[in-house]
Design a protein around this ligand. Structure first.
Ligand code: IPM
Ligand code: MG
Length: 360
């Protein structure tokens, strides 16, 4: 019997509602398995912790989760704490501390979900965005001087390293190679950004030689937003810098029907550290504490977590349960135009996970 040690970090806002829901699904799954179980440890880090201790997580926090097999994360963000404090104090601390350099964001139109692109079928929109997750525009390098004076100046320096770009390109080409279409689009902006993005393009070309069976092309980031809408079927795997992919993945999630559905994995492909899985949606202050949050983004993240652990059958089973539930409009939450609560959607997915037998 395999025991997987999972850290749960609900964080802030609706993270506190969807992470327990994700844990319930994993528990339902474990009840039907005689090959694995989960051992959960919860960490109450986030804005409440910050109000009490002045930090989003303890200084030795990473040590407490270093030996976990995976992390299920909710969100970081609070109306009363500046966003850069919540982000850098928790989520980026974990992503950067554990060198989770590949951020993977799949997008599909799930059954029963009304996607805004009227000429687009679920077959046309099946993407996975690979976001560089350790450097670039999120390097945290920069400064601010002469605050409040007319001569005030501030910089946010985007740093790209050869090692950083090579490893994310290699990861993206490998992922593209593993998907049926073997198709990769490299997002760039080397027309305007004439140093780092030119290096990015050069490295893409260099790494492409290691993957002769992968078809690839290059697209400027601005043009790629139009392409996502006008020619969605021309895309499959997409690799982009930290900030470009941040923006494109919100567009992707909206085109697939709702931000409430979209999942993410912050992956350390070398498995030196635990990888972290989370819904994309953030803390959603407007609906927090009401039991209305859509837990599907977390359930899909749980699917990615299970795949990461090598539990492919279990992952398929949760995904099938999720798709059965999204296909039923009476189980849609408010973001999808329905009236269902977090608890109702969670109970439905758990029931299916416990019933549906594992496919041979
Ligand atoms: C995301 C989010 C975060 C990011 C926010 C909450 C800072 O938008 O995961 O895409 O930009 O990385
Ligand atoms: Mg984002």
């Amino acid at each position: 019997m395999n025991t997987y040690r999972i850290a749960t970090i609900p964080g802030d806002g609706i993270g506190k509602e969807v992470v327990p829901a994700g844990k319930e699904v994993l528990e339902a799954l474990a009840r039907t398995s005689n090959s694995f179980k989960f051992e959960f440890e919860n960490f109450d880090w986030g804005a409440d912790y910050y109000r009490e201790h002045g930090v989003m997580m303890p200084t030795d926090g990473l040590d407490a989760i270093r030996n976990k097999d995976a992390i299920l994360f909710g969100s970081a963000g609070d109306p009363d704490v500046p966003d850069h404090v919540t982000l850098w104090g928790l989520r980026l601390k974990i992503c950067q501390g554990f060198d989770q350099y590949a951020n993977v964001r799949p997008t599909r139109i799930l059954p029963g979900i009304d996607a805004p692109l009227k000429r687009c079928t679920p077959e046309d929109l099946n993407w996975v965005i690979v976001r560089e997750n350790s450097e670039g525009e999120y390097s945290g390098v920069g400064g601010r001087v002469h605050q409040g004076h007319p001569i005030e100046a501030a910089t946010d320096v985007s740093i790209m390293t050869r090692a950083g770009v090579e490893r994310i390109m290699r990861f993206a080409f490998r992922l593209a190679q593993s998907r049926p279409r073997k198709l990769l689009t490299v997002i760039t902006k080397s027309n305007a950004q004439r140093h780092a993005m030119v290096m990015w393009d050069e490295i893409a070309l260099q790494i492409s030689k290691e993957f002769p069976d992968v078809k690839w092309d290059k697209e400027l980031v601005d043009a790629s937003t139009a392409r996502m809408i006008n020619r969605p079927a021309s895309l499959d795997t997409i690799v982009a810098t930290n900030l470009h992919a941040d923006i494109l993945s919100d567009l992707a999630a909206a085109l697939a029907g709702s931000l409430g559905i979209a999942p993410t994995g912050n992956i350390d492909p070398e498995r030196r550290y635990p990888s972290m899985f989370e819904p994309i949606h953030g803390s959603a202050f407007d609906i927090m504490g009401k039991g209305l949050a859509n837990p599907i983004g977390t359930f899909w993240s749980v699917v990615m977590l299970l795949e990461h652990l090598g539990e492919f059958e279990a992952a398929k089973r949760v995904m099938r349960a999720v798709e059965t539930v999204t296909a039923d409009p009476s189980l849609h939450t408010g973001d999808l135009g329905g009236k269902a609560t977090t608890a109702q959607v969670t109970a439905a997915v758990c029931a299916l996970v416990e019933k549906v037998p594992v496919a041979a």
